[in-house]
Design a protein around this ligand. Structure first.
Ligand code: SF4
Length: 260
């Protein structure tokens, strides 16, 4: 039998690991468990990481998608991705004890949307349809927020007005993809208001930059993350776009000898 060829050298990306928003969200669930005991209900996976979710499940967290699955009087945590106004209101109406683990960088986008909406703006949101963060941000308004997933979508949308239009983005997009879509948005709506600081978060940007620096130096890139994680998928794509073979694994058992 031929022995597997092991990597000669392993480079570890810097920065790597959980961002501050994920650490904070995990801490909020841990504190709720310590204070109120099990079970603690969490709407949606607190962060898109199987390891974290399974660990918290063992310690008494119950992950749900629908508020109907939360019993009266229970403690409920909103995930780091944030929630719509409708979910927020309904959870309050049902009298749950609520802890909000929405990442402050997502909240910043929500606040910006609410502020500009009061000034009469409509919005174009760049993001992935169905992603909980996108649902939460779009759900800050009842109407007047239009989703674009790619450059082709930009030509299709029909905002109700073009004089007061602003653009927001999901925080975990590929920086390069978002720039391309933003350029298409600006080309179609030259007067559109862009955020002073881009919405893609520093943690997402720094990790993508690290992959860009590292990819040309290595034969393969392995991203440790979960398939549901937007950030992890984008890191794998960044390496692939630079021509470096890349894979994503949730745990060590998923590493395949043939990759090496
Ligand atoms: S917005 Fe950025 S810092 Fe916040 S949870 Fe998402 S990836 Fe982490």
């Amino acid at each position: 039998m031929t022995a597997p060829v092991l990597p000669q050298e392993i480079l570890l990306a810097e920065p790597r690991g959980f961002c501050a928003g994920v650490d904070r969200a995990i801490e909020i669930v841990e504190k709720a468990l310590a204070k109120f005991g099990r079970p603690i209900y969490v709407r949606h996976e607190i962060v898109h990481n199987t390891y974290v979710v399974n660990d918290l499940k063992e310690r008494g967290a119950i992950f749900i998608e629908e508020l109907d699955d939360v019993p009266p009087g229970a403690t409920l945590v909103f995930s780091a991705h944030g929630v719509s106004q409708a979910i927020q209101r309904e959870a309050e109406r049902r009298g749950f004890q609520i802890f909000d683990a929405t990442c402050p960088l997502v909240t910043k986008v929500h606040v910006e949307v609410a502020k500009l909406h009061k000034e009469g703006y409509e919005f174009i949101m760049i993001g992935h349809k169905g992603h909980p963060e996108v649902e939460g941000t779009m759900g800050q308004l009842d109407s007047g927020i239009h989703l674009v997933e790619d450059v082709a979508d930009v030509a299709r949308i029909q905002p109700g007005q073009t004089d007061k239009l602003a653009v927001v983005t999901q925080t975990t997009l590929s920086v390069d993809d978002a720039a391309e879509i933003t350029d298409a948005v600006v080309a179609r709506f030259p007067l559109i208001k862009k955020p002073k600081m881009q919405d893609i978060c520093y943690a997402t940007q720094n990790r993508q930059d690290a992959v860009k620096v590292m990819s040309p130096q290595v034969d393969i890139v392995i991203v440790v993350g979960s398939p549901t994680s937007s950030n992890s998928n984008r890191l794998r794509e960044v390496a692939k776009k630079l021509g470096t073979e890349s894979y994503m694994v949730d745990n060590a058992d998923e590493l395949k000898p043939e990759w090496f």
